[in-house]
Design a protein around this ligand. Structure first.
Ligand code: DAH
Length: 357
């Protein structure tokens, strides 16, 4: 038998298969391709050498070579598939780590989600103080009829005391009959009416909310502001109960070093009435621009319910008595946080707002 160029085909094929199996990366695979299946492969050289064979031997030799090539190419394709999916998994893993980095970076960066504004936060704190003292919290409308905002509170039409509240009128119904409430006191009327109707006296409630006055804003006033109203209707209530509630509230909210005082005053819906003041927290009573050099800041008013108000809502003044108070929520925020000028509350300067997050 004459020597054939394919005498070593089996060993050569095994060698090619080992080379393919040793490819470790797609780069190696691409670089190696010409040497295992391509033009520079031993298989291509053998293909050319078949011409040397006797014509009757060529067919079998060709089939053998074909089979060897098929095995090597199959192994090559399989290796490529394995390396491709490994590379893909690696890329995904790398992406997943990137994603992790992004999440970590977000948590570390200053987080820019919003937070309750200082007035809203103050309202909640005030509600909490009063809830702790046994009060419930109620709500009332911001647009009121003249009757709720004034008349039922013993402020007849054209009465001089109306000058205490510069009023925004709403263009509804008869002229000057619908108003933006100038104080939270009309909510007292709603509450008493509801309690009379449902037979649920006594009342111990606070009523926070927004109010409006045709005032020029200054260091202590805004045209749209917030009050919290308090109302107690029960049996045997005296002025001492009112003074005790005001004093307890002041200590609980501002701290023991802030004094409160009641000064005789006039409100049409209470008799007797008082103004409720606290030590100016900016100057600690020394006198400053914010407190107009008095050392005191007026928070609001209070007093014993006037019999005319009880009568307006149909409560028997012989059986029931009570007190009411109303004071500024914005003013509380101003005093608690020592904000010299209240207009800062509505200027939306983020450098100011961020201090209260
Ligand atoms: N409503 C009054 C105001 O806005 C404050 C006030 C005074 C409320 C006396 C009361 C009260 O409930 O009894 O000026």
């Amino acid at each position: 038998m004459t020597a054939s160029p394919l005498d070593n085909l089996s060993a050569q094929t095994d060698e090619l298969l080992a080379t393919v199996a040793a490819f470790d990366s797609l780069e190696q695979l691409v670089e190696g391709e010409p040497f295992v299946t391509g033009k520079r492969s031993i298989l291509s050289a053998l293909q050319k050498s078949l011409g040397q064979l006797a014509p009757e031997d060529r067919k079998d030799a060709g089939a053998l070579l074909q089979e060897a090539r098929r095995r090597v190419e199959a192994a090559f394709d399989e290796r490529r598939a394995t390396l491709t999916s490994a590379a893909r998994a690696q890329a995904l893993e790398a992406d997943r780590l990137d994603l992790g980095d992004v999440v970590v970076a977000q948590v570390r960066a200053p987080y820019t989600a919003g937070h309750p504004g200082i007035v809203a936060a103050t309202q909640r704190q005030l509600e909490d103080v009063f809830i702790g003292m046994g009060f419930t919290v109620a709500d009332g409308p911001e647009v009121e009829s003249d009757w709720y905002n004034f008349e039922a509170l013993n402020i007849p039409p054209a009465h001089p005391s109306r000058g205490m509240w510069d009023t925004f009128y709403v263009d509804l119904g008869e002229p000057e009959t619908v108003v933006l409430r100038t104080h939270t006191s009309p909510t007292q009327i709603h509450l008493m009416e509801a309690a009379v109707q449902s037979g649920t006296l006594p009342i111990h409630s606070v009523m926070p909310g927004r109010c409006y006055r045709r005032d020029t804003p200054d260091a202590r006033h805004l045209a749209a502001f917030h009050q919290i109203e308090g109302l107690v209707v029960d049996r045997g209530i005296t002025f001492a109960d009112l003074a005790g509630v005001i004093d307890t509230f002041t200590r609980a909210y501002f701290g023991a070093d802030i004094q409160s005082r009641l000064r005789p005053a006039f409100f049409p819906f209470t008799e007797p009435s008082a103004e409720f003041e606290i030590t100016c927290t900016l100057c600690r009573g020394e006198g400053c621009r914010t407190c107009s050099q008095t050392g005191w800041i007026e928070l609001g008013g209070c007093g014993m319910l006037d019999p005319a108000v009880l009568e307006a809502v149909g409560i028997d003044g012989d059986e029931w008595s009570g007190f009411a108070f109303g004071f500024g929520i914005d003013r509380c925020a101003q005093m608690r946080h020592q904000i010299a000028d209240m207009r800062a509350l509505i200027e939306n300067d983020v450098r100011f707002l961020r201090q209260f997050s």
